[in-house]
Design a protein around this ligand. Sequence first.
Ligand SMILES: Cc1cc2nc3c(=O)[nH]c(=O)nc-3n(C[C@H](O)[C@H](O)[C@H](O)COP(=O)(O)OP(=O)(O)OC[C@H]3O[C@@H](n4cnc5c(N)ncnc54)[C@H](O)[C@@H]3O)c2cc1C
Length: 425
Amino acid sequence: MARPRIVIVGAGFAGHSAARRLQRLARGRAEIVLLNPTDYFLYLPLLPEVATGVLEPRRISVPLAATLPGVRVLLGHAGAVDLNARTVEWADPEGRRRVLGYHRLVLALGSVNKLLPVPGVSEYAHGFRGVAEALYLRDHLTRQIELAEQATDPAERRARCTFVVAGAGYTGTEVAAQGTLFTAALAAGRPLVRDLPRWLVVDTADRVLPTLDPRLSHTAAEVLRMRGVRVLTGTGVDRAGPDGVRLSTGEQVPTRTLVWCVGVRPEPLVAGLGLATQDGRLVVDEFLNVPGRPDVFACGDAAAVPDVLRPGSLTGMTAQHAVRQGRLAAGNVAASYGHGRRRPYRHRDLGFAVDLGGWKAAANPLGVPLGGVAGKAVTRGYHLLSMPGNRTRVVTDWLLDATLSRQPVQLGLVRGSAIPLAADG
Ligand SMILES: Cc1cc2nc3c(=O)[nH]c(=O)nc-3n(C[C@H](O)[C@H](O)[C@H](O)COP(=O)(O)OP(=O)(O)OC[C@H]3O[C@@H](n4cnc5c(N)ncnc54)[C@H](O)[C@@H]3O)c2cc1C
C-alpha cells in the first residue's frame, strides 16, 4: 500500500459523512475505501413515505459513487475483522470472499431490528429497516384492502382491514399516522370496505414517542386520535399468529398485519470483534477511538459514544448524532496522521421532527414545539437539508403526491419470506 488506506465499513449516516469529510481532508494523500452492501446511502427517516406510496424507493436511495467522488466504493458485506493483522474479511454480492488491509478503520455499521422473545413474532411480524421492508409493506397494505373487498366472510374482511403496529417510537408512530391515511385512500372507492380500515399501536411505555419531548408526544397522540388510531400504552404483544395478535391485556386482535417497530440493536458484527461493548454497542472514548486500538474508530448506532453533556449516558441512536460522529471520526483519523487536532464528541440535541403524514407533523427545532403546517414545513425542510442528494426528485414526488392520488397497485416484487425479521442474526 503506497498511500495510507483508510477503510470505512458501512455507508449510512455516519459512514457517508465520514467518507465525505475524509476525502476532502485527504486530498488524494490517502486512499479512502468505503465498504457497503448497497451502492446507495439510504435516507431512513423518509422510509414511512415509501411504505405509504408518497415517495418511490429510489428517491431516498442516494448513489454513493455520485456523492462521494474520489472515494473507492466497494460493494460487499464485512464478515470479520482481524484487528492484529489489520484486515477486513468481506464478501461481494456474488459471495466471493476477499480480504482488505487497512491502516485506519472506521466502523459505521449501524443497527438492525430488535427482537423480543415473543412467540410467533419472528414468523408473522415484519420489521421496518430497509427498502425491501417498506416496499413489502406498501404492497401488503394494498393487497389486504383488495382481498378484504373480495372476502365473503365479514370477520375476515374486518381482520384484513386491521393493522397493528408494535412500538410507538418515531418509526411506529410515523408508520401508523401515515399508514392510516394510505389505507383510507385505498379503501375510499370500495363501498364494502370503505369504513373498515383500523390501525392499532401498542407500546409498553406510558406514552407515544416515549424517548422524545413530551410536547411532541402530545401532538402526535392528538393526531393519531383524530385519525381514529387506537393507541394502547402500557401494553405489549404476547403472541403473534397467522390470523391475529394477542396483547398482554389478554385481548385477541384478528389481523393479518403486525409491523414490528420496537427498536433497534447494534449490527451483530460488533459482538464478534472481541472488543468491549456496552448495550451491544462498541465501546469508544470521547474521540470515537476504540480504547487500546489507536487505528480503530467507530461511530453512529453501532458505537457506544459517551455523551459528555449527560455524563454517564450514551448518545442516542439517531441520524443527528450519526452524521456528526461520522464527520468527527474523519477529523480524528486525519489528526492521527498529524493533520489538525483531535476533538472530543460533543453535541447538544437540536430537536426532532416526526412526520405524521398529510399536513401534520410534530417537531421541536431548538426546543420550540411545532405542530400542524408549521411543523410539517420544518420537518420537510429539515429532511431536504439533511439528504446528501436526490433533493429535486424528492420534492417532485411531494408535489405529485399533493396533486394526484396515490397509485393503488401492488407489484408483489418483495415476498414476506424475503424479509424475515431475524435475518440479521
Ligand atoms: C424507519 C426509520 C426512521 C428513522 N427516522 C429517524 C429520524 O427521523 N431522525 C433521526 O435522527 N433518526 C431516525 N432514524 C434513526 C437513524 O436512521 C439511525 O440512527 C441512523 O441511520 C444511524 O446511522 P448509522 O450510520 O449508524 O447507521 P445506518 O444509517 O443504518 O448505516 C449503516 C450502514 O452500514 C451497512 N452495514 C451494516 N453491516 C455491514 C457489514 N457487515 N458490512 C458492510 N456494511 C454494513 C448498512 O448496510 C448501512 O448502509 C430512523 C430509523 C429508521 C429505521
